[in-house]
Design a protein around this ligand. Structure first.
Ligand code: AMP
Length: 188
């Protein structure tokens, strides 16, 4: 499955819940990149500033990271891609990788939110974890991340809609209601 949604839409939270209850792996490119930055690896050094600005890191890099992870035994029962693909080039690369591995994409879920409330959600996230606040959780970066989503990632939803795979859920409701609706649209 693929989860799409603006920053702060709750895709990380919802992907985690669904992964836990259905024994799936959650593959979050954002988490993987943040781990690389924290460990100060070669990749981490390459992406740190790009992430802090709210821009997309190079396609090749995330495509390779995802390709490696989806072959891991932990993904054998299925996986949720959280934060990937972020543009059409990544979506096409994903199609190719899945085809090579003989894996079928079951569904693409978009959590739809009102951009006006995202700032509040991000501010709550900072307040909840003041010491581990994400470097890219600032108002300025948030605006850039929303812009990148609208300019590039929204097209990914259209790409999957054309393939008949897209399901939309209103992400403005409380967490448990969103979880129930996700299960309902996915039929799980
Ligand atoms: P996220 O945690 O999914 O919001 O991702 C945080 C940041 O990591 C993004 O703002 C990008 O800088 C980078 N990133 C995560 N996933 C991708 C991706 N699929 N393509 C490019 N950049 C990404």
């Amino acid at each position: 499955m693929v989860f799409l949604g603006l920053p702060g839409a709750g895709k990380g939270t919802q992907a985690q819940t669904l992964a836990r209850t259905h024994n799936l792996s959650q593959l979050s490119t954002g988490d993987m990149l943040r781990a690389a930055v924290a460990a100060d690896t070669e990749i981490g050094r390459q992406v740190k500033d790009i992430m802090a600005q709210g821009d997309l890191v190079p396609d090749r890099l995330v495509i390779d990271i995802i390709g490696e992870h989806m072959s891991a035994p932990a993904c054998a029962k299925g996986f949720i891609l959280d934060g990937f693909p972020r543009n059409v080039a990544q979506a096409e690369a994903l199609d190719k990788m899945l085809e090579e591995k003989n894996i079928k994409l079951d569904a693409v879920l978009e959590l739809v939110v009102d951009t006006a409330i995202l700032g509040d959600r991000i501010n709550s996230r900072i307040a909840a974890q003041p010491n581990s606040a994400r470097l890219d959780d600032t108002e300025t970066t948030l605006m850039q991340r929303v812009k990148v989503y609208e300019e590039q990632t929204a097209q990914v939803a259209t790409y999957y809609e054309a393939k008949g795979l897209l399901k939309r859920v209103d992400g403005m409701q409380d967490i448990d209601t969103v979880t129930q609706q996700i299960k309902a649209v996915l039929g799980v």
